[in-house]
Design a protein around this ligand. Sequence first.
Ligand code: BGC
Length: 743
Amino acid sequence: MKKKCLLVLFSALGIGAYAQKSQKTIDQKVSELLSKMTLEEKVGQLVQYSGFEYATGPQNSNSATVLEEIKKGKVGSMLNVFGAQETIAFQKLALQSRLKIPLLFGQDVVHGYRTTFPVNLGQAASWDLGLIEKSERIAATEASAYGIHWTFAPMVDIGRDPRWGRVMEGSGEDTYLGTHIGLARIRGFQGKGLGNLDAIMACAKHFAAYGAAVGGRDYNSVDMSLRQLYETYLPPFKAAAEAGVATFMNSFNDINGIPATANQYIQRELLKGKWNYQGFVVSDWGSIGEMVPHGYAKDSKEAAEKAILAGSDMDMESRSYMAALPQLVQEGKVDIKLIDDAARRILIKKFEMGLFDDPFRFSSDKRQKEQTNNPENRKFGREFGAKSIVLLKNQNNLLPISRSTKTVALIGPFGKETVANHGFWSISFKDDNQRIITQYEGIKNQLDKNSTLLYAKGCNVDDQDKSMFAEAVETAKKADIVIMTLGEGPAMSGEAKSRSNIHFSGVQEDLLKEIAKTGKPIVLMVNAGRPLVFNWAADHIPAIMYTWWLGTEAGNSIADVLFGTVNPGGKLPMSFPRTEGQIPIYYNHYNTGRPAKNNTDRNYVSAYIDLDNDPKYPFGYGLSYTQFKYSDFTVSSSNLKGNQTLDVNVKVSNMGKYDGEEVVQLYIRDLVGKVVRPVKELKGFKKVMIKKGETQTINFKLTPEDLKFYDDELNYDWEGGEFDIMVGTSSQEVQTKRINWIK
Ligand code: BGC
């Protein structure tokens, strides 16, 4: 009785009654369960199907057979099944199976759930690990209340190619920043630990190197040295594994000729071997079956064999495992131990989540209601949206706009969009149109009562129709200031959304030029999920802010920045190219033997004869309504030996009229190495609020650990020698000190 009361109390408080059970007990329970399971039931745990209303890939499942298979214990997990009632209904089917093993419900909770937040690349632009972690805490709380146990996030793929539409889901081009953001997300999702009612399992994806697809074309091949893989693409995954991320997802691409899904080296040797990873690996959608068209397996049976041998534990939607694994075991081609190991890993998670104690514990109408349109979550979304905006240009301090400006015109195809603000990875709910704050509403709500907000759409996102231009020009002529809202549609970046041309789509730039002819001051807001190319605008429009897709509260976040309630402090997490011809472009490139001295140096150097080398906007760049001055940059020593710590200090003063946040960045360059080293590597950053007139001293500490790199034999160590230590406001604007650090 007492125990029961305690349990009720624990679950009412949502604290870890389940998480506290020791791993040993769970291991024993899993062993007992496995000993009762038939081969088919074990394979059943390795099978994941999608629900029927909301598919995120080409669907193989036929609804009637899936329901029957669940009842027979032939399905271990479902994705795209959500909502208290729907998850209860599916779980009840699973409980009709012989051993009553509950289902795991997975879902892409990528940038928020019921409250959506900025698309992930926009979040990364906040460089604010606290905000990012909190957003995932909220996402987990909302999603778990909808019966979801597991998110397919964070995506920790490094993206150096803005043609690849999935850069919107990641944290940009830098391994250091991407690793820290990935860890913040995992902390947010998994909260105080699996088993708590508001914690969901996270999933580090897509393992591995998915972001390096040749030509930026989604699902395309990846071919790179192992050293590059270790240096640039694997660190966020390794860190995620060490941090206890519950699951991994493999990737669609092949790596040096071997699909990641069947890559023994990547999954068995590295992840489950050297890194000793104990969670489970889910395939990407259909990626096991796709090894047939990929030319790596002659049929889905062979694909299943190769995938399980390589350590892919769960088959998402390819139907290969159930069809082939029992037979492969009977034929002696697959050792039953591999099936046991995969099933064990999955069952452990079900125990850790407390599903064997109560399979319905996450599905509660009451919690679901509390987490629907939750005002606190929305308030946070508004703040996070504003802090993700990057101010790219602000000539003559055109921004912020006064609330009492008499007439403001909002022009462009995104001004009155509703669901678009969610961005790519969001689930449509029936009330979306009512609950999303449009850009128009956000601005209107903050303008003085006596001021007027005009609106004209001007054009569509991606056709050639100019018939709305005249009305837009007339609207602009009536205004004191024009806010243009252009970019790419929310469905133009995301999965399978590679673009060869990353300029504004359709006739948007023509519209901008027409409006500019009116001579009215223009503030341009660029809505996008990736870096776009917009040179004409960058050179001719006085004020530009990059607003990504900001989520449920988009309109309020935008208005907060436009009117100066929030002083923008975002910094770009990816380099913005001048043209597609510069791609891939990233700040931490190698110097080459013939580096160009500057943009005009083109004579037998590593440069384009027709284009500058540097990006239009560099990594780490972003302005503020105030101005920051860097001074008194010091290092504690210029000659170090062995395991010492270098103190790096710099004073940052707020010289302008507004309080503001600055992201102070620390880079290093290892001048000579056993393998060549990048011209700059981010090694630290601090986001600080500095009041107007105030000066703060920012301190960084560097140890030999920060100097380590992978050599050509994949040894991870540092070498003595000269290093440049750089601090600054972006990857391009830094001050440098040279030091000598011997071993
Ligand atoms: C994507 C994954 C996603 C999965 C489930 C795949 O197409 O690549 O990132 O988690 O679908 O929706």
